[in-house]
Design a binder for this molecule. Structure first.
Ligand code: SF4
Length: 363
């Protein structure tokens, strides 16, 4: 008996019940200059990048910022309800926006553990049927800027972070982008190569008849129209800048450069944004066909908007300094997974935050 009492202060059960030890431990961590262990796992995690507190998914048990998880409230009527806007009263628990986590939680005693009381089966009835609609409502309530930042991070983990490299001549980038309109990259590059082979420099392109330019760029399609535009652009560049060196543009305000170039026929916001991003590394986010489709499917912009309007709404959502990375990774996503006709949502790295994923999965 004496021995048992003497050993009691060292037993795990005794220690864990001594709540006063928690502030003491925090004080020790502070004195030692170390970060305290994370509350929901008991292990030291890297500091979260968001101010949202960490919570644990009751399905997969992973610990995440609360705003990345759906909340379910157990209300006074003893019903468990999805709480997409985090406003329902009652004790809450958290779940990844993933049907598999819900199913795993329903198979176990996860709800009872989370609410610290018995949860009748009737209280959980209907959660599976409501899941898709609740998830869509949760995504709609998720701040778009924060969701864009999460998507950017997730794509960088899945595909890597594309890093902008200097070296591209702005005028070459401009002509290449004009050639890319309504064609694919292979035809664009082939046409550009033929143009550079047929003419020794931009001066001779600008002096050439449009028929000769059209002949050179024929693989890019719309050769007659594009040849006139290219020649007109070169004339305007020479008259405005006194030559064919557009590198000073990189030191100017991208909005001013865009406004100036968009007065020219054949140059829209997408074309000049690509030039500024590729040749100057400017923090502009061009919206091409792939990017436009993905932004709409991800619900980052309302359905039915033009690419120009999408550009306007997306620019402030893109995390600072991430325009190039997000643009390039959206292109990769659009070419490999989120294709126009049949997106492969089951393989998509950002499916958790995409309101369209459940739509395509049910097709
Ligand atoms: S989940 Fe599907 S629709 Fe959404 S971005 Fe990914 S592939 Fe596209």
């Amino acid at each position: 008996m004496t021995l048992a009492l003497a050993a009691r202060p060292f037993s795990l059960e005794f220690i864990t019940k001594k709540v006063y030890l928690i502030p003491a431990a925090l004080l020790l961590f502070a004195l030692a200059g170390a970060a305290p262990p994370h509350s929901c796992t008991g292990v030291i995690l890297p500091p979260p990048k968001t101010s949202s507190p960490q919570r644990t998914c009751i399905g997969c048990r992973s610990c995440k910022p609360a705003d990345e998880l759906m909340r379910l409230a157990y209300d006074s009527e003893q019903a468990v309800r999805f709480d997409p806007r985090r406003e329902l009263p009652g004790r809450g628990c958290h779940l990844c926006p993933d049907q598999r986590c819900l199913e795993s939680a329903l198979r176990s005693r996860a709800f009872a553990r989370a609410y610290r009381r018995a949860v009748p089966v009737s209280a959980l009835a209907g959660l599976k049927d409501e899941f898709a609609a609740a998830r869509t409502a949760w995504i709609a309530a998720f701040r778009r800027g924060r969701r864009t930042a999460l998507i950017t991070e997730r794509l960088e983990s899945a595909f890597g972070e594309p890093v902008w490299q200097s070296g591209e001549d702005p005028l070459a980038a401009l002509i290449l982008t004009v050639l890319s309109q309504s064609t694919n990259d292979r035809n664009r590059d082939f046409a550009f190569q033929r143009l550079r082979t047929a003419f020794p420099d931009w001066e001779s392109v600008s002096r050439a008849p449009s028929t000769a330019i059209a002949e050179a760029i024929r693989p890019a399609g719309l050769a007659n129209q594009k040849s006139v535009r290219i020649r007109d652009i070169l004339h305007w560049v020479k008259a405005t800048y006194g030559g064919f060196d557009l590198s000073p543009l990189c030191g100017q305000d991208p909005r001013e450069v865009s406004a100036t170039f968009m007065q020219l026929k054949g140059i829209g916001i997408k074309t000049i944004s690509v030039v500024l991003m590729v040749a100057c590394g400017a923090n502009v986010f061009p919206v091409d066909t792939h990017v436009h489709r993905i932004c709409q499917r991800l619900g980052l912009v309302p359905q039915g908007l033009s690419a120009e309007k999408t550009h306007e709404l997306m620019q402030p959502l893109v995390p600072p300094g991430k325009s190039y990375s997000l643009h390039m990774n959206f292109l990769r996503l659009g070419r490999t997974i989120c294709q126009a006709r049949k997106p492969r949502c089951a393989e998509c790295p950002v499916a958790l935050w995409c309101p369209s994923s459940s739509l395509f999965e049910s097709e």
